[in-house]
Design a protein around this ligand. Structure first.
Ligand code: ADP
Length: 266
């Protein structure tokens, strides 16, 4: 609770009195605080790649350009950092649209099994390179559901790319879909990777929250993947949760409601 005193002056007469205002500001202050933290995070996240790019460009200017091998390496680092900044800004724009409810969810009827197969296809090169196996299991009653295909693809891509990022070579990723209730689709992405310490679990969906910032960055992560996934799932009227055991693996599960028409088709 905040107490503010305001002195009222009336023309020519000096002070006319004081107004005391009692106000519950805890929520407001929390919001302000998280906004400040967000801006500080964004600035830091953009500054880091920019500083790297600057130092590599300076090294090129200072003579590395003459060395073909070195210059190729420096240019490639610079390009990677630029790409990460583009991803970051794209993610931020997407989050800001979802926040301001400007994002229109345009649903189309989608075959879930087909959609999951396509996700695995998109990652087939990376999976093969790292010898990671992917298993997809779709219960027969899952069928079709209306969803915003582009956005749910993004959720799936974020979850599968995390599963790949945080799993050692020769690991296993399982994607499952089933229908625990007639009007509910449940999709889970599970890996047998490094897992997440208990103390970090409650904050894992927060923007820019990462267990290991350096590792995430070196993997090209922005720290926004899970928060974007949560906003998209919420915009569909669903829920998302993450379970993890350190050293054992991680499972992210999200639900999406079937619309009435699909429910009738059961
Ligand atoms: P990032 O771009 O850093 O991957 P995310 O928002 O997608 O950002 O994830 C936030 C953090 O959660 C990651 O930095 C990582 O520490 C942790 N994380 C997410 N998914 C997994 C997973 N499958 N296994 C282990 N840790 C994970």
């Amino acid at each position: 609770v905040k107490l503010t005193f305001t002195t009222i002056y009336s023309k020519g007469k000096g002070s006319a009195g004081t107004i005391a205002v009692l106000q519950d500001v805890t929520d407001q202050e929390k919001l302000e605080e998280s906004r400040r933290e967000f801006v500080a995070n964004v600035s830091h996240e953009l500054r880091t790649p920019l500083t790297t790019i600057k130092s590599y460009l300076e090294a090129l200017e200072d003579g590395a350009l003459e060395d073909p091998q070195l210059s190729a390496k420096f240019v490639s680092v610079t390009r990677n950092e630029t790409e990460r900044m583009i991803r970051l800004v794209t993610d931020l724009l997407q989050l800001s649209r979802l926040d301001s409810r400007q994002a229109v969810i345009s649903r189309e009827l989608t075959d879930v099994a087909e959609m999951l197969d396509e996700v695995a296809d998109r990652f087939s090169f990376q999976l093969e390179q790292r010898s990671i196996d992917i298993a997809i299991q779709v219960a027969p009653e899952v069928g079709e559901i209306t969803l915003d295909r582009d956005r749910i693809d993004q959720v799936l891509d974020n979850l599968v790319s995390n599963a790949i990022k945080y799993t050692a070579d020769s690991g296993l990723i399982s994607i499952g879909a089933h229908r625990p209730e007639p009007q509910l689709l449940e999709i889970s992405v599970q890996d047998n990777g490094m897992g997440i310490p208990k103390k970090d679990l409650s904050r894992i969906f927060e923007r820019f929250y990462r267990v290991d910032k350096a590792r995430s960055r070196s993997m090209g992560g922005t720290g926004l993947g899970l928060s974007i996934a949560r906003e998209i799932v919420r915009a569909h009227g669903g829920t998302i949760m993450l379970e993890s055991e350190l050293g054992q693996g991680t499972r992210v599960t999200f639900t999406l409601p079937y619309t009435l028409n699909e429910e009738a088709a059961v």
